[in-house]
Ligand binder design. Structure first.
Ligand code: PGA
Length: 256
């Protein structure tokens, strides 16, 4: 049985001190031992204070929002996987639509980032999703398949065991217009089929596939009620400790 996973993607929000205060507040609201995995993805500059606020034995994991594929070198402004590992990160988001559209990331770049994450023991959270124009043109499945094909090229079944896929329709991100459960489920099914075809059915039934895009305390329950949806990548609603804790609480009541 796949364990639910909730990721809070803070994007470019919260200073180091704000991160510490947020986590102290959040911890008060969450139980001591959960039935769901929870990952916080603060900006790079807040990772250290987030780690301190979580403490050494926290069940909440840390993730980064991006990574460079090289280990070190002349890449001004970039951060590598071993740097993130040493800061206590266990996960890293790769290929978020904001990285793709605002910073020009292509599938071949994302594939190198996935590889680098795996090499240095970080679990990649690979984001895929179509734009509104692509959906309206009936191209959702082909767009997502192209992204998956490019980003997961060369991965073994062992690699896939630590990868999470987040389906995030671009038109749903930050718009308050979440996909319906039916829309999300249809794409989740096609992603799982893609993994089954490219690897095997065991890998496909084990991989966690999340939904992201305007997830709120109000809609999380119906999203998670669907078997193919294993959790959520939460943006706006993760910045408030009360709403994020509510989302995690609902995920915890789901099958573990
Ligand atoms: P949102 O962002 O929840 O604010 O729509 C989700 C994301 O971009 O990961």
């Amino acid at each position: 049985m796949r364990r639910p996973l909730i990721i809070g993607n803070w994007k470019m929000n919260k200073t180091a001190s704000e991160a510490g205060a947020f986590i102290h507040d959040l911890r008060e609201r969450l139980p001591a031992s959960p039935n769901a995995d929870v990952v916080l993805a603060p900006p790079f500059t807040a990772l250290e204070s987030a780690r301190k606020a979580l403490g050494p034995s926290s069940w909440i994991s840390l993730g980064a929002q991006n990574v460079h594929w090289e280990q070190h070198g002349a890449f001004t402004g970039e951060v590598s996987a071993p740097m993130l590992r040493e800061l206590g990160c266990r996960y890293v988001i790769v290929g978020h639509s904001e990285r793709r559209t605002l910073f020009g990331e292509r599938d071949q770049d994302i594939q190198k980032k996935v590889q680098a994450a795996l090499t240095y023991g970080l679990s990649p959270i690979l984001c895929v999703g179509e734009s509104l124009a692509e959906r309206e043109a009936g191209r959702t499945e082909s767009v997502v398949t192209t992204q998956l094909t490019g980003s997961l090229a060369g991965l073994t079944t062992e690699d896939l065991a630590t990868v999470t896929i987040a389906y995030e329709p671009v038109w749903a991100i930050g718009t308050g217009r979440a996909a319906t459960t039916e829309q999300a489920v249809a794409v989740h099914r096609s992603i799982r089929l893609f993994v089954e075809t490219g690897w095997n059915s065991e890998t496909a039934s084990a991989i966690r596939i999340l939904y992201g895009g305007s997830v709120t305390p109000q809609n999380i329950e119906s999203l998670l009620a669907s078997d193919p949806i294993d959790g959520a990548l939460v943006g706006g609603a993760c910045l408030n400790p009360e709403s994020f804790a509510t989302i995690v609480g609902i995920a915890q009541t789901r099958r573990a």
